[in-house]
Ligand binder design. Structure first.
Ligand SMILES: Nc1ncnc2c1ncn2[C@@H]1O[C@H](COP(=O)(O)OP(=O)(O)O)[C@@H](O)[C@H]1O
Ligand SMILES: [Mg+2]
Length: 286
């Protein structure tokens, strides 16, 4: 990453870090309001997928599966109920790098539960980003529930496929299982692996999506930037293509940079840099 955007990002993130406690209290006091604003967002009832309502209690949170590093699901219930998902077994489960992620049913809706393991900074970035974006018409998951004591967020499950997995199914060598996890490598080796992944992704992209999807993605990114949010983690593994509408969704805002203003030099540099990163991933679609 070039030095100027890197420095700018660092300065902004440090600023955000300093305000974390205050911001935490601010959002904590507004939990009801936040959850209310998500009433109209994208969410799907578990029964829509054929998960019988008598196996869970509507009033409690119910764990359906654990998500592995490549986005495969390890079922905690009879797997016949969730055969619409890419499933895995204990034997093949690839442990996640950082936080554990679960597929749950919350208030009857299918959700993804992320645990920030005490990291208020990342927890808030995800929460604030999703909250800001939900007010605009951006394709992001809805927040179904927030636990300010345990630092967990449940976002609505997007019925779709992660772009990385779509590419892998076509033969791209891109899964962590195939190329290794970041933590397996040194910094230099990581860069090399990332470069190879990018090349594989580009090569297989035209088989997997059409140009329209790329155009929608770049529109989505523009909208996100207009909210002052720089995602900082654009990759095939953080994009989901929704099955019914074929709309692309960006996920994973825990490392985003949230700017106070969506204009000015600082903003332009960071937004331009990120736009370039998107294009780098989708060059083969241009
Ligand atoms: N809203 C969602 N709908 C469906 N799957 C999701 C959703 N959010 C996350 N996932 C799945 O969980 C994986 C990890 O989520 P992500 O937010 O990217 O966490 P991490 O920070 O660990 O990368 C994704 O690659 C995807 O397979
Ligand atoms: Mg991710």
């Amino acid at each position: 990453m070039p030095i100027i955007p890197k420095l700018l990002r660092r300065v902004e993130n440090e600023k955000y870090k300093k305000g974390v406690e205050k911001k935490f209290r601010y959002f904590q006091n507004r939990k009801k309001k936040i959850l209310n604003s998500f009433k109209r967002g994208y969410k799907i009832h578990a029964s829509t997928f054929g998960i019988p309502t008598d196996i869970y209690d509507l009033k409690k949170e119910f764990v359906v599966a654990e998500v592995d590093q490549d986005g495969f699901f390890l079922p905690f219930i009879d797997k016949k109920y969730i055969e619409f998902l890419p499933l895995t077994s204990e034997e093949y489960f690839l442990k996640r790098e950082r936080f554990k992620i679960f597929l749950v049913i919350s208030h009857g809706y299918l959700g993804i539960k992320k645990n920030y393991r005490g990291n208020k900074y990342r927890f808030l970035k995800e929460l604030e980003s999703l909250y800001k974006l939900s007010e605009k018409d951006v394709n992001v998951p809805t927040i179904l529930d927030i636990d300010f004591n345990n630092l967990t967020i449940i976002i609505s499950f997007i019925d779709g496929e992660v772009l990385r997995e779509k590419l892998a199914e076509q033969g791209a060598l891109i899964r962590d299982k195939q190329v290794g996890k970041n933590s397996d490598y040194t910094y230099v080796k990581r860069k090399i692996v990332a470069g190879r992944r990018l090349k594989e992704g580009r090569r297989f992209l035209p088989k997997v999506i059409d140009k329209e999807v790329f155009l929608k993605l770049s529109q989505q990114l523009n909208e996100i930037h207009k909210c002052g949010i720089i995602i900082n983690d654009i990759k095939y593994g953080n994009i989901i293509i929704e099955n019914n509408t074929k709309e692309p969704y960006f996920i994973d805002f825990e490392t985003a940079t949230i700017l106070e203003k969506s204009f000015g030099l600082k903003y332009n540099i960071l937004a331009n840099f990120e736009r370039k990163r998107l294009i780098k991933h989708f060059k083969s679609m241009l």
